[in-house]
Design a protein around this ligand. Structure first.
Ligand code: ATP
Length: 339
């Protein structure tokens, strides 16, 4: 049986905002219009859907948005979506506006809500939007590239002043329970130590010994990148200062990592994913999520995607350690060890 041609679609952003979401919204609107669809922009995620905070979009409604951080549609976390009444209300509103297909830009939680709408006959496609890179089915999520570059630049700045004052700095980066921002910054900023929630086996005494050793070798700073999922940077700094005698400061980068103009990569990948979501809906597909795997844009079944597990790259953890000066061993030192 031929799939029913979809005439009207909606787009919303849900969960935490991420730079590049506007590029995805713009792509859905313009690609949808180019394919002859009517496109509705739904404000404040599922909350706006239930409250009918909905606007029919023209191409000009997304002018001057690709370079902006945040999401022009706004975003929210909506408790009602987790209830049968909430789902029924969301479906009712979709029917009222004739929305047959919905593009949901967000994380795993947003996909769960979308899946429930799909069970009620609304065609849905998810697009991965989160700075945390913690969606298992994809190697790219909208906003990670901008966030990690923002964190990297900020850490460079903290490092300058740490060197001048001969301080140890513990810099906490975002990522919730995922350590991707921390690990990438660990490599990109040449940090002396990186603490990751995925490998939460760190030994504070080893950290202290590293600082003392580095100090003896004449290093003027010591940068520890701590992931949000490990946390406790302030108390860690106090203990390290007491144990090493080196002035130690904690800097929590916080929400600055979620804002700012998206990088070229985030603009281009988010645009591509937004267009792909429209193409999937146009092809009559539903319960799909757009992904990027092994150098290609692709899509997965939403339930399959939600069941996938992801682990941080062991090789990158290894090289992060071997590239930091702590782990560097001269050939002579290695020979000494062999003896
Ligand atoms: P982020 O990675 O930024 O947290 P997310 O999409 O995972 O993004 P959540 O807060 O988990 O963020 O989910 C966003 C919204 O999706 C929720 O506020 C809720 O409206 C909806 N949602 C989450 N989980 C479910 C669920 N199990 N059933 C229905 N709706 C859900």
């Amino acid at each position: 049986m031929a799939e029913k041609k979809i005439k009207t679609i909606g787009v919303l952003t849900s969960g935490g905002d991420a730079p590049g979401m506007n590029a995805a919204i713009r792509a859905v609107v313009r690609h949808g219009l180019a394919r002859g669809m009517n496109v509705y922009g739904i404000k404040r995620g599922y909350t706006g859907l239930m409250e009918e905070d909905i606007k029919e979009m023209k191409a000009s409604d997304v002018s001057d948005t690709i370079e902006k951080g945040g999401t022009v549609l706004g975003t929210a976390r909506c408790k009602e979506m987790r209830t049968p009444e909430g789902i029924a209300r969301a479906v009712e509103v979709c029917h009222k506006y004739g929305i047959e297909g919905l593009v949901v830009i967000g994380g795993d939680g947003s996909y769960r809500g979308a899946e429930k709408l799909a069970n009620e006959g609304i065609n849905v496609v998810g697009v991965p939007g989160t700075i945390d890179l913690d969606i298992a089915c994809t190697e790219y999520t909208i906003g990670f590239d901008t966030a990690v570059n923002t964190a990297m630049e900020a850490i460079d700045k903290v490092r300058d002043t740490s060197s001048s004052h001969e301080r140890c700095s513990i810099i906490e980066v975002m990522g919730r329970n995922a350590g991707y921002i921390a690990l990438w910054c660990g490599i990109a900023n040449g940090a002396e130590d990186v603490l990751l929630p995925e490998r939460y086996d760190y030994d504070e005494q080893k950290l202290i010994d590293n600082i003392i050793d580095n100090r003896r070798r004449g290093k003027t700073h010591h940068i520890i990148i701590n992931a949000e999922g490990v946390g406790h940077s302030g108390s860690m700094a106090r203990r390290i200062e007491a144990a090493t005698g080196m002035e130690t400061r904690a800097t929590i980068l916080g929400y600055m990592q979620r804002g700012g103009s998206p990088t070229c990569k985030d603009r281009v990948y988010a645009s591509t994913m937004g267009c792909l979501a429209v193409d999937l809906l146009a092809a009559g597909k539903t319960k799909r999520v757009v992904s990027y795997c092994k150098g290609e844009f692709c899509d997965f079944d939403i339930n399959e995607a939600l069941a996938m597990k992801k682990d941080i790259d062991n090789y990158q953890i290894e090289i992060c350690g071997s590239l930091s000066h702590n782990y560097y061993k001269s050939e002579a030192a290695l020979k000494d060890e062999e003896l």
